[in-house]
Design a protein around this ligand. Sequence first.
Ligand code: FE2
Length: 294
Amino acid sequence: MNASLPEFTAPENGELSADMLAAFDEAGVVVLRDFVSVEACHALRQRMLELVDDFDPAEVRSAFSTKTDEHQADDYFVSSGDKIRFFFESGAFDEEGNLVQSKVDSLNKAGHAMHDIDAVFDRFSRTPELAGAAKSIGFEEPAIIQSMYIFKPPRIGGEVLCHQDSTYIYTEPESCVGFWFALEDATVENGCMHFIPGAHKEPLRKRNYRDADGRIVNEIVDATPFDLDQALPAAAPAGTLVIFDGRAPHYSAPNTSDRSRHAYTLHAIDQACDYPASNWLQRSESLPLRGFES
Ligand code: FE2
């Protein structure tokens, strides 16, 4: 009864206290309120709105109108590891191929290298506080492997099924950690994330990789279903940082409300770990991986 995910006011220097670390180890997730200012969230949102303005949907509309052509869709996605690309919600277009809502309210996400390509995103992603947080949770040589801007638009923001991020960002040994920032208030109504506390101690369920032909496969490595009855909402006012283990199962419900739920996510891996060449996300050598130091 009244169970909730571990939640704290963000530490001043970003470094998690012993209490916070214990809670993170126990639950696989920790919610840190006011990690960044509402002004910083607003500025990042404004910058994304500029990028969206500059984005011509014609260049990707074909990818979506040929949704059954998986190779094309995959190419646009699979080669986005070192670019800034935009992905629509599946409910974004009507039968004639026109957007049902405004451009920004049609997008599912942008990814996957804003943090290395765009100066505003770079500055948001690399602060002493974030570096401190990463160090305190045990990273020796963190690398920000990807960034995602999640739009979760009103009315058509799609459901994200329960998954573990280490499925997609796999290293040996596993080292993926997610840093999720609420840029707008995330509530149960507009589709906040939910986590199953403690379930990061369970096995990884799936491995996602490219096979020898370059096709993406989702291999089930453990068929145990997630215990969704145990999931708890991570309601998060703007400025909140949610840090979660790459094994922590999480999901979000559709956004059927009239309010968007913008969020920004960074995923870090430890450079000391092996990053398989079969992972979907690959970066060109011209864009070397960097950590949280500016
Ligand atoms: Fe995820």
